[in-house]
Ligand binder design. Structure first.
Ligand SMILES: [Zn+2]
Length: 294
């Protein structure tokens, strides 16, 4: 029995080439851009002001994000920047972007300690996840970072004033305050790192973006029971289109069948067989306290 849930080319939501670093349109008001190993998402109709940016890539991605945004929306800045979570590959260009755009940054309250310089994430577990870790680890500092001047709470009713069609959903596990974004109208899910559509631990897969339904990145996920629960709740939404933090956007029945398999067999497919956090989920609300306890 295989631990891999591979997806065919037919499940891709865009048909561009594997090494195309452009912005991929996947709905009239939805596009994503692959920056190095991580995706950012543009929510909004081109050439209109009510748009939001989801995540900001690794450090150094700022100019590419601004350029793509200007091509898509002209000189309108985003109404806000949404963070699925505060890992460095998702907030790495936030400082640079805030120098161009003086806009609010939204993240779940449980992520705020890591985004205001108060706490660092639990350390990555180098014993799980395979060969990709050694290459990626320099990119994935656990912080802390301080964006307190722009950080705001997510809207309490779930919907964003500028894009009320999208709601946030708390999907902890990969981090304590991880959120995903959901649009009921066309069953669109922006999953962040709750689950992935490539194997982020395989160098081969990262560079080729081999389509695969995959759990959250193993070395950086401290609470596996919560991660399993989050994937099972997202699967219950029956998404038609999925953009995750890593890998290509995927859509359709094959994608959904793969997500069902991941959810049904999460402990077998996604959870490492050994590792630091397996029997002792990190107190992810306070990574520093966890480290001091060790
Ligand atoms: Zn992450």
């Amino acid at each position: 029995m295989s631990r891999q849930v591979l997806l065919s080319r037919e499940a891709r939501a865009d048909d561009s080439q594997a090494h195309d670093h452009g912005t991929h349109d996947i709905a009239p008001d939805l596009a994503y851009k692959r920056l190095s190993v991580v995706n950012v998402v543009f929510l909004g109709i081109p050439d209109t002001p009510n748009w939001l940016l989801v995540d900001t890539g690794i450090p150094g991605s700022g100019p590419a994000i601004v350029k793509a945004a200007q091509e898509r929306f002209g000189d309108f800045p985003p109404r806000g920047i949404l963070l699925t979570h505060g890992h460095l590959d998702h907030c790495g260009s936030l400082h640079a972007l805030l120098e161009t755009w003086d806009v609010p940054v939204y993240a779940h309250p449980l992520e705020h300690p890591y985004l205001t310089g108060q706490a660092a994430y639990p350390e990555a577990d180098p014993s799980v996840g395979g060969g990709g870790f050694s290459l990626l680890s320099p990119l994935l500092s656990t912080g802390p970072f301080d964006f307190s001047s722009h950080l705001q709470a997510l809207p309490e009713d779930g919907a964003f004033p500028s894009r009320p069609d999208f709601r946030w959903i708390h999907t902890p596990g990969h981090t304590a305050g991880h959120v995903s974004f959901w649009r009921e109208r066309d069953q669109t899910l922006i999953a962040g790192d709750a689950f992935l559509t490539t194997n982020q631990e395989s160098l081969f897969s990262i560079f080729l973006q081999t389509p695969e339904m995959h759990g959250p990145p193993q070395p950086f996920t401290p609470d596996w029971p919560a991660a399993a629960d989050s994937v099972r709740r997202l699967r219950e939404l029956r998404p038609e289109l999925v953009v995750s933090g890593h890998g290509r956007a995927m859509r359709g029945p094959e994608m959904l069948a793969a997500l069902d398999k991941l959810a049904d067999e999460f402990e077998f497919i996604a959870v490492p067989q050994k590792g630091r956090y397996l029997n002792d989920p990190a107190n992810a609300a306070n990574g520093k306290a966890y480290r001091q306890r060790r």
